[in-house]
Design a protein around this ligand. Structure first.
Ligand SMILES: C[S@@+](CC[C@H](N)C(=O)[O-])C[C@H]1O[C@@H](n2cnc3c(N)ncnc32)[C@H](O)[C@@H]1O
Length: 318
């Protein structure tokens, strides 16, 4: 076996310039993604496909969310500097460290001052804008990154929101509880299927729903590089079909005037804008899409050095 390996290596060394040129000329060799993935991005993001592929090969940023109940990002950047951990503010509550470190070496992590959360994911709670006293459903909550952020944004002296955190996976819901315990926050945790509310819903309408649905995770491949090789083209259509059912089943749970924030960490159209357009056609009688602030105007946040790839759509019930 060693003889074979040596022969392969010798062959590579001898033909290196020629082989590297061949690899560079084929998109799959150059980018190290499956062909179907590259072709899909070329078709759907003609101006950005290369930067998206490039971002997916980079080291992911290590980003924290500062707990607004504790203090603000500027204050924590200062504390990090004193601890010899250089960092910069990359969002309202977001701080990106120059280097990843163990969470327990972060000042105040165990006391809930900060959480690890990508800056793109931090848009969810801001766009949902839950207000004191409201009933809120976090329909796909585990491990609870966005659950914690939604609750942190309500001042401690304001009327608490009544947050139901649902997930189909009981084991993953334990992570939500652990995160909430560390942050000294509380939610009603429910094991259940977002596509079958009749099994767990108490019949009271929600003012806001976050549907952070299961998806291809194509916007976060650098955090899990195997994803792109494990996924098959058919999987994307299956995710889209599941997402459509979840949205349709959650919509009746929303009070008139309420908003549903649809979120994915995908960069594929059928899970994102295509999904939302189809939803608006099916619910033309009572659903409108709300404008989003820059840089999210069309809902997508393409992956780059500062954040992962996400998609958001805010839907209001008339
Ligand atoms: C994208 S993750 C959610 C991440 C989470 N919102 C956060 O910010 O930490 C999707 C979650 O949906 C859950 N899920 C998948 N199918 C579901 C279903 N039918 N009903 C409820 N939850 C589901 C998965 O277990 C997974 O935890």
């Amino acid at each position: 076996r060693r003889g074979l390996a040596n022969a392969v290596l010798r062959n590579f060394q001898r033909r290196r310039p020629e082989l590297e040129k061949m690899a560079d000329e084929s998109p799959r060799g150059r980018w190290s993604y499956p062909n179907w993935w590259i072709e899909k991005l070329q078709a759907e993001h003609p101006a950005h496909w290369q930067t998206i592929l490039e971002a997916g090969l980079q080291h992911p940023p290590f980003t924290l969310r500062v707990n607004a109940r504790w203090g603000d990002a500027a204050k924590y950047v200062q504390i990090l500097a004193e601890a010899d951990l250089p960092a910069r503010q990359t969002g309202v509550d977001a701080i990106t460290l120059d280097k990843a470190v163990s969470v327990h070496s972060l000042p105040g992590f165990d006391q809930g001052w900060v959480s690890v959360q990508d800056a793109g994911a931090q848009w969810a709670a801001r766009l949902l804008e839950a207000q004191p006293g409201e009933r809120v459903l976090d329909a796909c909550a585990a491990p609870g990154g966005k659950t914690g952020h939604i609750l942190e944004r309500i001042a401690p002296d304001a009327t608490p929101i009544k947050l139901s955190a649902l997930d189909i996976d009981a084991t993953r819901l334990v992570r939500v509880q652990e995160n909430l315990d560390r942050l000294h926050l509380a939610a009603d945790l429910i094991v259940g299927d977002a596509a079958h509310p009749e099994a767990w819903w108490d019949g009271q309408l929600f003012d806001r729903i976050l549907a952070d649905v299961p998806c291809s995770a194509s916007g976060v491949v650098r955090r899990n590089p195997d994803i792109k090789w494990l996924r098959r083209p058919d999987d994307i259509a299956q995710f889209a079909a599941q997402q459509a059912v979840m949205m349709d089943r959650l919509w009746p749970l929303l009070a008139p005037g309420g908003t549903l924030l649809y979120a994915t960490c995908s960069i594929f159209n059928v899970e994102n804008d295509g999904q939302v357009q189809a939803f608006l056609m099916r619910h033309a009688e009572d659903a409108v899409r709300c404008p989003l602030p820059e840089p999210l105007s069309d809902g997508s946040l393409l992956p780059d050095a500062e954040h992962d790839g996400f998609f958001y759509a805010l839907l209001r019930k008339t």
